[in-house]
Design a protein around this ligand. Sequence first.
Ligand code: BGC
Length: 276
Amino acid sequence: SDQQDLSKTNRHRLKDRGIFSMSLKGKVAIVTGGNSGIGLAIVLELARQGANIVIDYISHPEATEALEKQVVALGDQAIGVDADVSKVADLEKLVAAAVKQFGRVDIMVNNAGVETRTSVLDTTEAQYEKVLEINLKSAFFGTQIAAKQMIKQGDGGRIINITSVHEDWPMPGNTAYCLAKGGMRMLTRTAGVELAPHNICVVGVGPGAVATPINLSTMTDPALMKKLDDAIPLGRMAQPEEIASVVGFLAGDGASYVTATTVFADGGIKQSSPGL
Ligand code: BGC
């Protein structure tokens, strides 16, 4: 039928544009907080798809070196850069390192994050500043500096902010973290609109509970783990790879029309209801 012919034609067109190709071959990515947790899984996923990677880290250089070797084993190149993302000068260092080593930046993943698990009543000024600077200030200036480089290159790019279900959902006892993630939510939306004319897509990825060092205190307490698992419709925490695969998709051709929004991968926790 005409309709079938039409959809076939469209399929061919989409294929020509590479919509169905998942490859990031030749692309250059920066991953902040790249040597552990979700960041480490993102590094490996982007490398699996062929990207060369700048791995930002602030501690455990040996973990970064081991990860660089894993990237090389996947057939790509990686460099580790010791940079504190709460400092604008260090974010500039990251982008400069990518340009020096690989000539460009196509994908910026603002992933670095910390939490203090303190309430509005007991958070100190130092804790507040640390959480806001490492999570939010880093994403703001990471977006700015990467976008300037992408605009110079002239062919668009992707900025992916790793937020949390807590960009939109209270976590009592973790107030500064929720503030920072809420800020990242609006950074993603606003910068996404501002940068769209440059074909730079800005997307948030909002994980729920993930088996990473940030959740160690819960994971080592069976009673807390049970409480958490019971709150998650899928009944379990995510593995970091289950978040990295979403980032891998959003970095690729198949996500060329996704911007100024957040994609949640949370096992349904944000919609969870006891049904009572
Ligand atoms: C927080 C975790 C929390 C999870 C689910 C994450 O963003 O870092 O501490 O367990 O959200 O609430």
